[in-house]
Design a protein around this ligand. Structure first.
Ligand SMILES: NC(=O)c1ccc[n+]([C@@H]2O[C@H](COP(=O)([O-])OP(=O)(O)OC[C@H]3O[C@@H](n4cnc5c(N)ncnc54)[C@H](OP(=O)(O)O)[C@@H]3O)[C@@H](O)[C@H]2O)c1
Length: 285
């Protein structure tokens, strides 16, 4: 399953998350399992500290699976520390770390700026300058697509109104039955922006969702695991997913999502009480 981005590039709807997966050997082993299972998209970020190890691992693993660079879709992100003037150099640095010729998708990780009070207009000014630098990054061939992450309706509307020549291809946000924003999905659909879910399983070390009795009940009736139901719930709303896993069993399971959740069960999953797990962009001006 793929989504056609504004640029005409196709992005896989199921990717592989790498937050907190660090270290040369661990990255190599986990990506080995992921490529073997069929994942062709990898989600990284400058702040994850694993770009260089991902690049090294791919040099060994692409030939192993008879793949070329074009078979993969690599996403990485601008650190909130590098917003504004430094954004272009940060993009160059990520590309150098990954050493893969070009980046497929480069995202502004967060609407705010490290060290700047969340209520200051400087956040808005710097993220706008970042966007202009990333537009140059596309023109110079460093990255094929650009997008944002953790942008709410207000942040996204502001960026679209500036009209810097390239619209965001993707908005990557927290999205699971305990936290979803239908109005953000509507806006993205209208603008042809792919909404991409993160922490679909509740994030690291949080079993609230995979252990939820309603999720387990639906999973049992469909003959699937709770994780598969959570991921399929997002896919069925036309969101991309990027589950993170280390074990072969989880990695294999999370890409095996070719089934349907009946409408009634979709409604049950969409009506959970809301509780955010990750950082909250609504606090950023
Ligand atoms: N843009 C942002 O601000 C942002 C924020 C957070 C995350 N992300 C991206 O989104 C990716 C995914 O989000 P996430 O890392 O927060 O967490 P997640 O994918 O929601 O959950 C990961 C956790 O679920 C476990 N798990 C994986 N598959 C499972 C399965 N089939 N059954 C039961 N448990 C399973 C994993 O354990 P094992 O490792 O033991 O398998 C891990 O502890 C990240 O890796 C990152 O790439 C982006």
């Amino acid at each position: 399953m793929k989504f056609k981005l504004h640029s005409g590039d196709y992005m896989p709807m199921i990717g592989f998350g790498t937050y907190q997966i660090r270290g040369t050997q661990l990255i190599r082993d986990v990506l080995d399992r992921a490529l073997d299972a069929g994942y062709r998209a990898i989600d990284s970020a400058a702040v994850y500290g694993n770009e260089e190890d991902i690049g090294k691992a791919l040099k060994e693993l692409l030939p192993k699976y008879n793949l070329t660079r074009q078979d993969l879709f690599i996403t990485t992100k601008l650190s909130p520390n590098d917003q504004g003037e430094k954004a272009y150099e940060a993009l160059q640095k990520s590309l150098k770390n990954l050493d893969i010729g070009y980046i497929d998708l480069y995202l502004i990780h967060w609407p705010g700026v490290y060290g700047v009070n969340s209520s200051k207009d400087e956040n808005s000014k710097k993220r706008d300058l970042s966007w202009q630098k990333l537009v140059k990054g596309v023109k110079d061939g460093l990255t094929r697509n650009i997008g944002v992450s953790n942008y709410n309706v207000r942040h996204l509307t502001e960026l679209l109104a500036k009209d810097h020549g390239i619209k965001p291809a993707v908005n990557q946000v927290e999205w699971h039955p305990h936290y979803h924003q239908p109005e953000l999905l509507e806006l993205c659909k209208r603008e042809g922006i792919l909404l991409e879910a993160y922490s679909s399983l509740g994030g690291s070390d949080n079993k609230d969702l995979v252990d939820d009795p309603k999720v387990k009940d639906i999973a049992q009736r469909l003959g699937k695991s709770p994780a598969q139901v959570l991921l399929r719930w997002a896919l069925q709303q036309n969101l991309a997913v990027i589950p993170k896993a280390r074990s072969k069993q989880h990695i294999d399971e999370n890409i095996d999502l070719n089934f349907d959740i009946p409408t009634n069960d979709m409604k049950i999953l969409s009506s959970f009480s809301q509780k955010k797990y990750s950082w909250d962009p609504d606090t950023i001006v």
